[in-house]
Design a protein around this ligand. Structure first.
Ligand SMILES: C[S@@+](CC[C@H](N)C(=O)[O-])C[C@H]1O[C@@H](n2cnc3c(N)ncnc32)[C@H](O)[C@@H]1O
Length: 213
């Protein structure tokens, strides 16, 4: 929480006000299905909650940083925004049709990732959808910093990053039926890095209600 509060108080809307192309792609996929209510864990300043709320979805965002949550409340007044950690979900009794989660899962350590995905599973209706994007092993930063777990490195203090291979993401989402998974290039321009391109791995999958968790 401290890391993100500091990051946002220094840099404000770090990734700009426009949604990522990954989120625009997820929106296109969501439109093919009967989706009304969406949960967005790790909502940041609301650039993605706003994309979905503007497209008439009922959106709830969860965010750990109070500083950025207050920015999000101004930026996207249509979504419900809740302060808290994704590891403490659920924050309500709502069941969602889909979960969109952009670049949050890779910030967690192994046991936390498993717990978070389990919590997502429980907040989805039968046959509900997940769209998650994460750092892949093709990222330029892969291997930088101190190794703390398998494919997990701390290149900035208190900010571990897990890099997902395809096999790894499929294992994480074994309680879901995969519809699509691939790598998507996402251009960004911020901070010390200047212009750079992320190679994000995404997964679009459907809850398998017969899975025993
Ligand atoms: C890489 S940023 C992405 C933000 C947002 N998804 C976007 O694309 O604009 C990760 C976000 O997750 C939030 N976050 C990190 N750990 C969290 C946790 N355990 N619970 C809730 N939010 C968390 C951070 O504060 C930050 O806003």
């Amino acid at each position: 929480m401290e890391y993100w509060n500091n990051r946002y108080s220094d840099k404000g809307k770090i990734w700009g006000t426009k949604p990522s192309r990954t989120a625009i792609y997820a929106l296109k996929l969501f439109k093919k299905y009967n989706i009304i209510k969406i949960l967005i864990p790790g909502a940041g300043y609301g650039r993605h909650t706003k994309l979905f709320s503007k497209n008439n979805y009922a959106v709830t965002g969860i965010e750990i940083s109070e500083i950025v949550l207050n920015v999000a409340k101004e930026f996207d007044s249509k979504s419900k925004l809740v302060l808290g950690s994704v590891l403490d979900m659920p924050f309500n009794n709502e069941i969602y049709d889909a979960i969109f989660c952009y670049n949050v899962l890779h910030l967690l350590l192994r046991n936390e990732r498993v717990l978070f995905i389990e919590k997502c599973y429980k907040q989805l209706r039968d046959s509900g959808f997940v769209f998650f994007s994460v750092f892949s092993e093709q990222e330029n930063s892969f291997g930088m910093g101190t190794k703390i777990e398998e494919n997990t490195f701390e290149s900035k203090p208190y900010r571990p990053t897990h890099y997902f291979t395809e096999e790894d993401i499929l294992k994480h989402f074994k309680s879901f039926t995969v519809i699509e998974t691939n790598v998507i290039k996402e251009k960004e321009n911020h901070g010390d890095l200047g212009s750079h391109t992320h190679k994000l791995r995404y997964i679009f999958a459907k809850k398998n209600e017969n899975f025993k968790i």
